[in-house]
Design a protein around this ligand. Structure first.
Ligand code: RRO
Length: 311
């Protein structure tokens, strides 16, 4: 069975990764990811300086998924860049993804400059979709701001760059965002971030379950799979073929990965399920994917990737 996936000139042993933010904020967890059977990994979205994030409780598992309002807690950009430089040095031929999420456009440009000037050989993900910063809108819902930051970035940035998008829910928005993204030499787009500003209620206590933002938070897990698949499919069918898609949302099994791949994803990320069960999930998901492929007579992912049938 061949699980090989590719983004641009980067080859990965298999399509599995963590979703940014999950299991990737410190050295210990990143080391676990590095030693797991995932095909690659992405670091926690970074800001130039370390951040504590929002007050707790700020991540709660609920029966069909999760709700979070972490508020971008991270160890600061330099930590993740240095970790990634060491990783590539000690693992020739392997690279990871660095995620950045500046609090303002200048911070994103500052971190992109640092990556550009470094020896980092992997992929950079510009997170345009954090839903949890009080008073800050998600950039991906502001089409002009998205176009502007990409214009500014590509004026100097000459390494592989991807963007993490929020979910869209309207065909016109898929069209408009795809038209913007197609203007740029992006390596990939990642669909989707959590579904922003949901509300989970503890009926017994008649209360919200997370403290920040009066309980409003990003929704992940099984709740969001149909939205994630729709976004993967919508961008796969609209973007230039040179732009790969990373699928993220509702992945717990080999079947979920198979569905994201059918929609056109090249890599598939695991968030809520990884948070709940740890890095052994990658082994189980891969063996389930192998079983599905075997049953269907597929030897390579490219035999079926993107080939979702219409009725
Ligand atoms: O840290 C967070 O609150 C967070 C981020 Br940056 C993000 O992109 N998505 C999310 O669900 N939480």
């Amino acid at each position: 069975m061949n699980f090989t996936s590719k983004i641009g000139s980067f080859k990965f042993e298999n399509p599995l990764m963590n979703a940014s933010g999950v299991w990737c904020d410190d050295k210990e967890k990143l080391d676990e990811l590095k030693n797991s059977s995932s095909g690659s990994f992405v670091t926690k979205s970074a800001t130039p300086q370390m951040r504590e994030g929002n007050p707790s409780p700020r991540y709660i598992e609920v029966p069909l998924g999760s709700i979070n309002s972490m508020g971008l807690p991270n160890l600061g950009f330099d930590f993740y860049l240095n970790y990634s430089l060491k990783f590539q040095e000690n693992n020739p031929g392997k690279v990871n993804f660095i995620s950045i999420a500046g609090m303002k456009p200048e911070e994103n440009l500052e971190m992109l400059h640092k990556i550009n000037d470094s020896d980092f050989k992997g992929l950079t993900e510009l997170n345009l979709s954090c839903p949890n910063l009080p008073g800050k809108p998600q950039i991906g819902y502001d089409f002009e701001a998205t176009e502007l930051i990409l214009k500014q970035a590509f004026e100097f940035f000459n390494k592989p760059l991807g963007v993490k998008l929020p979910p869209y829910f309207d065909m016109v928005h898929f069209d408009q965002m795809a038209e913007i993204l197609n203007q740029f030499p992006l390596a990939y787009v990642n669909c989707i971030n959590s579904v922003g500003n949901g509300l989970y209620i503890d009926t017994e206590n008649e209360s919200v379950v997370i403290k920040p933002k009066d309980g409003f938070g990003g929704i992940g897990g099984a709740y969001v799979k149909p939205t994630a698949l729709a976004n993967v499919r919508a961008f796969y069918t609209r973007l230039n073929k040179s732009i790969s898609i990373i699928g993220c949302g509702g992945v717990e099994s080999g079947k979920d990965v198979f569905e994201h791949l059918l929609c056109g994803a090249e890599m598939v990320q695991v968030g809520t399920h990884l948070m709940r069960n740890g890095t052994l999930v990658f082994d189980k998901i891969l063996s389930e994917l192998a079983e599905i492929m075997e049953q269907k007579g597929y030897k390579n992912i490219k035999d079926f990737r993107g080939k979702l049938k219409s009725l």
